[in-house]
Ligand binder design. Sequence first.
Ligand code: ASP
Ligand code: MG
Length: 441
Amino acid sequence: MKVLKFGGTSVGSAKQIKEVAKLINNGDKCIVVLSAMAGTTNTLVDIADYLFKKNPEGANEIINQLEKSYHHHLEELLSTAEYKQKGAELIEHHFNLIRSFTKDIFTVYEERIILAQGELMSTGLMTYYLLENGVKAELLPALEFIRTDKNAEPDLAYIKEKLLQLLETTPEADIYITQGYICRNAYGEYDNLQRGGSDYTASLIGAAIEAQEIQIWTDIDGLHNNDPRFVANTQPIRQLNFDEAAELSYFGATILHPTCIQPAKYANIPVRLLNTMEPEAKGTLISNVSERDRIKAVAGKDKITAIQIKSSRMLLAYGFLRKVFEIFETYQTPIDMVCTSEVGVSITIDNTTKLAEILSELRKYGTVTVDQDMCIICVVGDLKWTNVGFEAIALDAMKEIPVRMISYGGSNHNISFLIDNENKQRALNALSDKLFNQKNN
Ligand code: ASP
Ligand code: MG
């Protein structure tokens, strides 16, 4: 069985939902994971924000608007009186629930319930549409089988057991519909897999059922070899391995959530990225297969902060790096790039909420300098150290651009450059010209 995940824009209107219904109703049994309709989760976040700020009036105004838009979608989507009635009841139920939180104290617990309503509605509407059209569809409630453990990590054994049980009780269905993103936590409360987490749900489900393939349907034909927002004539990449995809999805390619890679990689299930607007396009296939000697893509991640700690105490000393890294650990701040020399170390971070505290601690160990508004440009491909010449080509492409850090050798798939954000577009274009448009590799 395949798992097919459709993002918010793919189910962003009644028309889109009908298109998706056509795509999934192709004769093969499948599990379909849906996001909330485009914009809904953001609106739910806004509603929660008003409620945290004790402004129920503000919240009610957007709740009313959102409800209206759902009635509108419903009118367009469903055609029989029976299903229109069911759809209207569904919407009423979810909006009554959301409204009930405007009247009492509001905590993160209620917020998580509110955030779950988008996926609950999109899947409910899709299921009604399929049933109305005679498709044997079955709704699998994610809240009954997607669960996280006490470390807020997905509880894989539980997910597998519960999901297989649910599938067994409904063997006659052709299409199973379920919610992305939402789950329960170890305490049985509503929770979620973080924004953009529907891809993760699809991957977890794929691994649990040992799916033949996980398909992530979005509105672009796969991962491109550079960022189309900055570079003209980028090309879709046909084939990537999981490690390359992980680097790319973390370093800028927003089409695939980075958390989605790991479960699929370990279960050895290929992930195919496809385009709802152009279903015939080949898209990108991500698997454990590596294509040799190829540079695949370039991506950029901005809003990066670089911190340099220089100290003569580091010379021939051991334990210096540990002390530095411990500070980042204490303040729960992930490090992206690291470059060391005998007398100093440069580190990049993208979460600066604890920057002041981190800097103050670091000053105990050396002279600290900070550069903000930087950008990591990463070049991804088969970059094993024994492959000769690829570093030189990438460096040559960057020859006009001031480079603050270079990192290579951390994995077999990546060279990263840290540059000033204002040079991002130039760098991405220079790399595309050299790597993909001149047939160097
Ligand atoms: N609806 C959620 C979000 O907007 C999850 C997802 O779409 O993946 O973040
Ligand atoms: Mg997404």
